[in-house]
Every structure is written in C-alpha cells, then in structure tokens.
Design a protein around this ligand. Sequence first.
Ligand SMILES: C[S@@+](CC[C@H](N)C(=O)[O-])C[C@H]1O[C@@H](n2cnc3c(N)ncnc32)[C@H](O)[C@@H]1O
Length: 152
Amino acid sequence: MNHRLRIALYQPDIAGNTGTILRFAACLGLGVDIIEPAGFPLSDRALKRAGMDYLEMAALTRHVDWNAFEDWRKGEARRLVLLTTKAASPYTEYAFAGGDILLFGRESAGVPDPVHQAADARLTIPMQPNTRSINVALSVAMVAGEAIRQLG
Ligand SMILES: C[S@@+](CC[C@H](N)C(=O)[O-])C[C@H]1O[C@@H](n2cnc3c(N)ncnc32)[C@H](O)[C@@H]1O
C-alpha cells in the first residue's frame, strides 16, 4: 500500500457533499473510497456542480458494497478509523498513521453496527449539548486536517 491517507464515504446520500469532498481530496492529494450503493448516480448534476473540474483529478475508487471494500482494505493492511457521533474519543487525541482510512457515515443514518464494530478506532468531533451532527464534508475537512497536521 502507499502511505497516503484516504477518505471513505459509506453509502453517501447527498451528491453535493460528495462533490465537495472529492474537490477537497483532489486539492490535498487524498484518495477517496465510495462504498456503494450511493443515494445518487455519480453523474449527478449536484455532484458535478460541487466538484467542478476537480472531479477529473480526484483519485476515486468505487466499491460495490461493504464486503468488497473490506476485502480490498484488508488486502492493503490499512487501518479503518470511523468518525461517528456515537464515540467517546476525541479525534484530536488520536495518533493517526500514514495509510489510515478515515470512514464517514451516510448523511441520513451514519453507519450500521457491523460497520461500527469493524473499525480499528471510533472517534468523535466533540459538539455542544443538544446538537446532533456536523455536515459530513465539514467533518472530513476537520479530521483530515488534523491527520495531515500530525503526519506532516
Ligand atoms: C450528518 S452525519 C450523520 C448523522 C446520522 N443521523 C447519525 O446518527 O450518525 C454524517 C457523518 O458525518 C460524520 N460526523 C458528523 N458529525 C460528527 C461528529 N460530531 N463526530 C464525528 N463524526 C461526525 C460522521 O461520519 C457521520 O456519519
């Protein structure tokens, strides 16, 4: 495996968020894994509008389902780091490593329990009481930013 960080999106629902994340990843040189099915076709206009011409530069890998993603990941011996509102450990206290895959859940429902349990670590972005969640693309930017800061 190469030692670049990767961002994985579990069954994303909202095309504009995925386009924003693909643009961000292209700008920072991060690979992106989309674990299908997605809630929109990858030809979606909203995805293209948010991703603009950066989509052509995005290092995107599509996996037909969770099992296919896991087979690939285990073959690459990469750690899976899940970002979820249902964890206690703050992402700022985690020691990221090159090659980590940062996994983000779908906008409507996060990830199911088996995916939660498959992760090597489960981290959260601490929030104010009575708030539910942060936009997934902003979550990606915060956590990838911290991982890049640590790894240089
Ligand atoms: C809109 S949120 C999903 C909300 C969903 N209703 C749930 O209960 O998980 C989409 C994704 O953004 C990430 N996310 C949003 N806020 C987060 C937080 N405070 N800590 C960690 N991840 C967060 C997670 O990966 C989450 O699955």
